[in-house]
Design a protein around this ligand. Structure first.
Ligand code: ATP
Ligand code: MG
Length: 267
C-alpha cells in the first residue's frame, strides 16, 4: 500500500490567462526548466492544442506515442504519455491538435472537470512540481488544469489594457474555488514583455501593483527578441542565451515562485 506523504506530493501550478499571446507558454517552459536545473523533478503538461510548449522544448509533434488527449480520454495510461525532453529531471506530456477534440468528447462524461486531477494523482510522488500550460480560453481544458492545480500563475503582458480580462479570469477562479477546487490559490501575477524604455510599461506595472500588491511578482520579464527566438530552436532561454537578461529574469522568477510556494505550504 502506498503511503500518502504530504511532503512527497507534487505541487501543481497551472499557468493560465484566457488572453492569447501574453507569455503563458514561454513562462511555463522556462520556469519548468529552471526548477529542474535546481534539482527538482518537474513534469510540464502541454494543455493547449497548439502544442507550443511541446515544440518549444524541441519535441516533435510527429509520431508522439501518446499525448494529453489520451490521458484525458483514458485511451492510454498516464505513464505512457510521459516523454523525456533530453534534459535532466524535466519530462513532458505533449499536446497536438487532437486535444481540441477532447473538449467535445468529454462533454457528456462523468467528472469531466476532474479528468486531469484524477490522472495526475498516480504521478504525484514521481515529481516535485507539475506545471500545466493552459490554452487561451476558459474552456474545459483550462478548467481541468484549475481543478488539478493548487496554484495558478497568471502572466500579464505589459501593454495597454493588460488588466482587461483579468476580472473575468478572477471570476472564473472564484467559481472554481466555490464549486470545484476549494484549495486553488493565485500564486502570482507575472508581468511579461516589459520594456523599460517606455512609460507605458511602467504605468501598467504600477497599475497592477496598486490592484494586486500581494500577487504581483517582483520579477519582471523583459521584452526580448532572444526569448522569442529560442523556441524555434527547441531551446529554453537558459540554453539559447544563458547570459542574457531574460535568462536571468526567468531564473529569478523561478526562485521567487519557489519562495511563494514555500510560504503557501506554511499557511
Ligand atoms: N519576454 C518576451 N519578449 C519577447 N517576446 C516574447 C516574450 N515572451 C513571449 N514572447 C513571444 O510572444 C509570443 C507569445 O508568447 P507565448 O506563446 O508564451 O504566449 P501564450 O500566452 O502562451 O500564447 P497563447 O495564448 O497563444 O498560448 C511568442 O511568439 C513568444 O515567443
Ligand atoms: Mg501558449
Amino acid at each position: 500500500v502506498k503511503q500518502q506523504h504530504p511532503t512527497s506530493t507534487a505541487r501543481i501550478i497551472a499557468v493560465a490567462n484566457q488572453k492569447g499571446g501574453v507569455g503563458k507558454t514561454t513562462t511555463a517552459v522556462n520556469v519548468s526548466g529552471e526548477i529542474a536545473r535546481r534539482g527538482q523533478r518537474v513534469l510540464l503538461i502541454d494543455s493547449d492544442p497548439q502544442g507550443n510548449a511541446t515544440t518549444s522544448l524541441g519535441v516533435s509533434k510527429r509520431s508522439l506515442p501518446a499525448t494529453l488527449y489520451d490521458v484525458l480520454l483514458k485511451t492510454a495510461a498516464t505513464d505512457a504519455a510521459i516523454l523525456p525532453t533530453g534534459r535532466d529531471r524535466l519530462d513532458l506530456i505533449a499536446a497536438d491538435q487532437d486535444l481540441a477534440g477532447a473538449t467535445i468528447e468529454l462533454t457528456s462524461v462523468d467528472r469531466r472537470e476532474y479528468r486531469l486531477r484524477d490522472a495526475l494523482r498516480e504521478l504525484a510522488d514521481q515529481y516535485d512540481l507539475i506545471m500545466i500550460d493552459c490554452p487561451p480560453s476558459l474552456g474545459l481544458l483550462t478548467l481541468n488544469a484549475l481543478c488539478a492545480a493548487r496554484s495558478v500563475l497568471i502572466p500579464l503582458q505589459c501593454e495597454y489594457l493588460a488588466l482587461e480580462g483579468l476580472a473575468q479570469l478572477k471570476g472564473t477562479l472564484e467559481r472554481v474555488r466555490d464549486h470545484l477546487n476549494p484549495n486553488l490559490r493565485i500564486i502570482g501575477v507575472v508581468m511579461t514583455m516589459y520594456d523599460g524604455r517606455t512609460n507605458l510599461a511602467q504605468q501598467v506595472v504600477d497599475e497592477v501593483q496598486q490592484h494586486f500588491p500581494q500577487l504581483i511578482c517582483r520579477t519582471l520579464i523583459p521584452r526580448s527578441v532572444r526569448i522569442s527566438e529560442a523556441p524555434s530552436y527547441g531551446q529554453l532561454i537558459a540554453e539559447y542565451d544563458p547570459s542574457s537578461r531574460s535568462a536571468q529574469a526567468y531564473a529569478v522568477l523561478a526562485n521567487e515562485l519557489l519562495q511563494r510556494e514555500e510560504r503557501r505550504r506554511d499557511t
